[in-house]
Ligand binder design. Structure first.
Ligand code: PLP
Length: 382
């Protein structure tokens, strides 16, 4: 990258960390064997996969058998939503209105309800509880939102669900009530201990944590039941057929370990840069508003609304100045509509179209933030 090229779209994609790439490389060449084969070299590859499963389980505080390797978060989200709703065909699912499309769209294929969020983008616990009826089998709430970075009170939601389960048991309702969280954006900064969070299912994604795209997991607690969605060769104990993406699995695992090792330090560092970004932008841009919460926010997320501006136009002008940022959800490939997340926060279509997301990452430093925030100010002043 040239001196004045600043990438600020780490919520959309992260570069693969060199140590992760080094871990992956042998699985394309020397260790290419099909892990289902019987000769020793293939058996050794199978052992590597099982060791990786154990390492992921250690981070989540789960059993290795509760980890299903998938091709990214979209697949994991589809597996849990479709898998549970197809297992419990008279059940319904409750999701928050700020889920990623890979949760919202599968949920909309079934009986589903969407819980409102506060203007800061935090799920309204009372609204959520009211939507849960005796047929609800699954609640899915994103751990940290991919657009505005709002961090959801997953532990509190889990405690509330525990009360509902208790009342159900007393009423003789045997139906399960599972909690899923999509933690694709959370793994760089937040604790992923599944028992601490109180979740039955969790989605993770390699492409957001400096690992390879099309890698990830669904954590599925042993007590849960769901129908597999990709059937075939019986891999992943029947949960997900298809010859294993060994390089992806090994890369994802290494990336997850590195992300969790660095998460506290990175949180402190990026919080400082986030405050700096907000301060420069607020000082230079009249009428600027911050979208999403000030507290309970991912440390790498800067999401702002600039009155009267068109975000597509701003993105082009920023790109000309070497700054790569995003409007709406960079995760959906072809979305002309204003973001459903910003609308759920109560922004008008016009305000949503005047909003921009800058998401920082490991290489982001103070110079990058100063350059991006002041360039944005100069563009607006022109
Ligand atoms: N969930 C969240 C919160 C995301 O940010 C993304 C981003 O793309 C996804 C799911 C989907 O991930 P992928 O496209 O890698 O499957």
């Amino acid at each position: 990258m040239s001196r004045n090229t600043v990438y600020l779209d780490y919520a959309a994609a992260t570069p693969v960390e060199p140590r992760v790439l080094a871990v992956m490389r042998p699985y394309f060449t020397d260790r290419f064997y099909n892990p289902s084969a019987t000769y020793l070299r293939a058996v050794n590859v199978r052992k590597d996969i099982e060791a990786a499963r154990g390492r992921v389980a250690l981070i989540l505080g789960s059993r290795p058998s509760e980890i299903i390797f998938t091709a990214g978060a979209t697949e994991a989200n589809n597996l849990v939503i479709r898998g549970v709703l197809e297992e419990y065909t008279d059940g319904n699912v409750v999701v928050s209105s700020i889920e990623h499309d890979s949760v919202l769209q599968p949920a909309r294929l079934y009986q589903h309800k969407e819980a409102l969020v506060s203007p800061q983008g935090i799920v309204d616990m009372d609204a959520l509880r009211e939507l849960i009826d005796e047929h609800t089998v699954l609640v899915s709430v994103i751990y940290a939102n991919n657009e505005v970075g709002s961090v959801q009170p997953i532990r509190h939601i889990a405690l509330m669900l525990e009360e509902v389960r208790y009342a159900r048991r007393k009423a003789g309702n045997e139906r399960p009530l599972y909690l899923h969280t999509d933690a694709a954006q959370a793994a760089n900064y937040l604790d992923l201990h599944v028992a601490g969070l109180g979740v039955d299912f969790m989605t993770l994604n390699g492409g957001k944590i400096y690992g390879p795209k099309q890698s990830g997991i669904l954590f599925a607690a042993a007590r849960t039941r769901l129908k597999p969605q990709i059937v075939g060769g019986g891999q992943e104990r029947g949960w997900r057929g298809g010859t294993e993406n060994i390089a992806g699995i090994m890369g994802f695992t290494a990336a997850l370990e590195l992300a969790q090792q660095q998460r506290v330090q990175e949180t402190v560092r990026l919080k400082g840069l986030q405050q700096l970004f907000f301060a420069i932008a607020e000082n230079n841009i009249p009428g600027l508003a911050v979208n999403g919460p000030r507290k309970h926010r991912l440390p790498n997320n800067v999401h702002i609304m600039i009155p009267g501006q068109d975000n597509e136009r701003l993105l082009m002008q920023l790109d000309e100045a070497g700054i790569m940022a995003a409007a709406g959800s960079a995760c959906s490939a072809s979305d002309e509509e204003p973001s459903h997340v910003l609308k759920a926060l109560g922004l008008s279509d016009e305000a949503a179209r005047s909003s921009l997301r800058f998401s920082m990452g490991r290489p982001t430093n103070e110079d990058a933030v100063r350059y991006a925030a002041s360039t944005l100010g100069n563009i607006i002043a022109r």
